[in-house]
Design a protein around this ligand. Structure first.
Ligand code: NAD
Ligand code: UD1
Length: 337
């Protein structure tokens, strides 16, 4: 019998790629999303890629009655919890919005899971919970010291999940700390194309390449890194998505598990720009500007624990990530987006 996986935030960037991987691996996917940062069209695109239309409910998961109804009519075997707000800058301006959305939605979800005896949850955490790195590479035991309300909401949810597990040791609780997810599905049908001016580097580069933005701003050229620009561990979103399927398949005994999902390799801003230029076959105008407040010079994962315990290893390199993003942008353009 196919297992039913409830994917909160499944219309979003990482959730949609994970839904595709889950369907391809033989799971029934049930998506709940309020579409606050995504589009209904994504659900059809998941069908276009996989041949299967996932069950979709447009609800806010803070709406306990609506969520309860979904658990009542569907037998849920496990939950993958992506739903949340994720813009660091916005979280500093409106922390209440972030704590309300991210924490309250998780509490409602856990309450309903308990009522219907659903004991497996995989949670989207972030490398941002580490804050300024204690040491590099960042392993799962490094100190946790997030420096924004967004990051603290992620850490608070990790703590809530740990408490829930302590109270019920039959549960399977998996915390995945993502490094920098980039790229898009090879079909070009799903990916990340934020409205307005993107905060993150690769969506910004993509809009410079399409001519929507005039030049790339390199935030800081005075870091203590090989080429003096910021270094990050970029991971292809399809690798990340596969990591979730592996977690659901391998972690079958009760426990509280924490894993980094990264490649273990850091790339500088200038290296990413060069890779994107190769992908789009254009030279992108670059301007060096001041550091972005709150940015860290360098961080990258130790991927060893995920590799040893889950057998997870990222397959794609930076060129693959940039090429897939560029392919997605071209597909978006051809669809008039
Ligand atoms: P996204 O915004 O594309 O997806 C999140 C989805 O959740 C959206 O479709 C949104 O509409 C939905 N959502 C938000 N609040 C909701 C609510 N209360 N009820 C129902 N649906 C709601 O973001 P993403 O990049 O796919 O990120 C997914 C998760 O991974 C988030 O929790 C994010 O914090 C975490 N994460 C993302 C990154 C990243 O760089 N993208 C890095 C680390 C962690
Ligand atoms: C940001 C978030 C982090 C989140 C991650 C998801 C902040 C402070 N942190 O991380 O919480 O988990 O996204 O991917 O927002 N850069 C430029 N020019 C740009 C944009 C970025 O030079 O226009 C540089 C940054 O200084 C950084 C690197 O590119 O060195 C990556 O930036 P970004 O893509 O925003 O990711 P992070 O800052 O690592």
């Amino acid at each position: 019998m196919k297992k039913n996986i409830l994917v909160t935030g499944g219309a979003g960037y990482i959730g949609s790629h994970t839904s595709v991987e889950l369907i391809n691996a033989g799971y029934n996917v049930i998506i709940v999303d309020n579409l606050i940062n995504s589009d209904m069209e994504v659900i059809d695109r998941i069908k276009e890629i996989t041949g299967t239309l996932p069950l979709f409910y447009q609800i806010d998961i803070r709406d306990e009655k609506a969520l309860d109804e979904i658990f009542k009519i569907n037998k849920i075997d496990a939950v993958i919890h992506f739903a949340g707000l994720k813009a660091v800058g916005e979280s500093c301006i409106n922390p209440v919005l972030y704590y309300d959305n991210n924490i309250m939605s998780t509490l409602v979800l856990l309450k309903v899971m308990k009522k219907y005896n659903v004991g497996t949850i995989v949670f989207s955490s972030s490398a941002t919970v580490y804050g300024e790195p204690e040491r590099l590479p960042l392993d799962e035991d490094c100190a946790l010291n997030p420096n924004s309300p967004y990051g603290r909401s992620k850490l608070m949810i990790e703590q809530i999940l740990k408490d829930i597990y302590s109270a019920n040791k039959e549960m399977i609780v998996v915390v995945l700390r993502y490094f920098n997810p980039v790229g898009a599905h090879k079909s070009g049908l799903i990916g990340e194309n934020p409205k307005g001016i993107p905060n993150n580097l690769t969506p910004y580069l993509a809009k410079v390449a399409t001519g929507e933005l005039s030049c790339v701003n390199v935030f800081g050229h005075d870091y203590n890194t090989p080429d003096k620009t910021g270094v990050r561990d970029y991971i292809h979103v399809c690798d990340l998505a596969r990591g979730h399927v592996i977690a659901v398949e391998k972690l079958l005994s009760s426990g509280y598990y924490v894993y980094n999902l990264g490649t273990g390799r850091g790339y500088s801003v200038l290296e990413v720009i060069a890779a994107f230029e190769r992908a789009c076959n254009k030279t992108l105008p670059v301007k060096f500007t001041d550091r972005r407040p709150g940015d860290i010079a360098s961080y990258y994962a130790s991927p060893i624990k995920a590799e040893k315990e889950l057998g997870f290893k990222a397959k794609y390199n930076l060129d693959d990530m940039c090429a897939s993003l560029w392919n997605f942008m071209l597909t978006e353009k051809s669809r008039g987006k």
